[in-house]
Design a protein around this ligand. Structure first.
Ligand SMILES: [Zn+2]
Length: 91
């Protein structure tokens, strides 16, 4: 179980200090993109098993948005980066 998350700003912290927003891989469409593109961005998600990238917020710490790469089956955490600097991170 991934009980510890290494926040790039605060160091190693318990996972209970974080909240999960979800999949960090969908790319935000252009403002005038089709309704279908926006529908897919907002509502359509895959449900993969294995290595995934998610947005996590360090809600009880620095409150920064992070991109956590982890395995959702084994809960092994591979990397944690600030979403502002992560490729494909928060916008
Ligand atoms: Zn933090």
């Amino acid at each position: 179980m991934a009980s510890l998350i290494s926040c790039p700003h605060c160091g190693v912290r318990p996972k209970e200090e974080f909240s999960i927003r979800g999949d960090a891989t969908p790319a935000r469409p252009a403002p005038m993109a089709s309704d279908e593109a926006w529908h897919d961005y907002v509502h359509v998600r895959t449900n993969p098993r294995g290595r995934i990238r998610e947005h996590w917020q360090h809600a009880a710490g620095c409150r920064r948005w992070l991109v956590v790469e982890r395995d959702n089956f084994t809960h092994e955490v591979f990397s944690v980066t600030d979403a502002a600097t992560a490729q494909g991170g928060a916008q």
